[in-house]
Write a protein that binds this ligand. Structure first.
Ligand SMILES: [Ca+2]
Ligand SMILES: [Ca+2]
Length: 213
């Protein structure tokens, strides 16, 4: 009898523990975006970038790109952000870089070609330069076709790549898509930690998705 009670007690305790774990796991699952990070200590351009994503220069689904508060440093340029190329190591022409490290880039998608907008399945940001220019920090926003000028935050994403030459952040959806019926995607680039000489040299931003059905 005592043994039975003990076993029952243990079972109840185990169940409570599982329930507690379940609640914790569920809380984690409410974040719908999975974040994968890669870093490289010896190579500025080890991670591939996409040429065929929605916001790549020349994409039939890209309507326009706008930059706010961006002041190109020397040969660094806006075009490098979505030209489908990694650029050459330590070559300014291959990177988008602004001395104060803070600017906003908005990719407006062509909702004439896809009136229901676009389903975004993945977002990849790639940085690379000798240290410390491969740390990343940005806030991601989307605007939906139902309110194409209202940008809603999907969170801030960061990587501390101090001492590294390259980093890549890949966002994917835990279920279905990162966002559906999207009309525009906005990146608010910020100075990464640790601040001071760590402003990012971005080599590419890829937004992968397809027209919403
Ligand atoms: Ca590029
Ligand atoms: Ca691209």
């Amino acid at each position: 009898m005592n043994t039975k009670l003990t076993i029952r007690g243990m079972a109840i305790a185990a169940m409570a523990l599982l329930l507690a774990m379940g609640v914790s796991a569920a809380a984690v699952d409410t974040a719908s975006i999975k974040v994968d990070i890669q870093k490289s200590t010896d190579n500025e351009i080890p991670f591939p970038v996409a040429k065929d994503d929605l916001v790549n220069a020349g994409s039939k689904y890209l309507s326009r790109v706008t930059f706010e508060n961006y002041a190109a440093f020397k040969d660094c340029n806006e075009a490098a952000l979505n030209d489908g190329e990694l650029g050459a190591p330590s070559n300014q022409k291959g990177v988008t870089f602004d001395l104060d490290g803070e600017w906003i880039t908005t990719f407006v998608l062509d909702t004439a070609k896809s009136p229901k907008g676009f389903d975004i399945s993945s977002i990849i940001t790639t940085a690379g330069w000798p240290p410390n220019r491969a740390c990343q920090s940005y806030e991601l926003f989307v605007a939906k076709v139902s309110a194409p000028t209202v940008f809603v935050s999907l969170g801030t994403y960061e990587v501390d790549a101090t001492g590294e030459k390259a980093s890549q952040i890949k966002l994917t959806a835990k279920k279905d898509v990162i966002a559906a019926n999207v009309a525009a995607v906005r990146f608010k680039f910020m100075v990464p930690e640790p601040k001071g000489g760590s402003e990012t040299a971005y080599r590419e931003v890829d937004v992968i998705g397809k027209p919403s059905k």
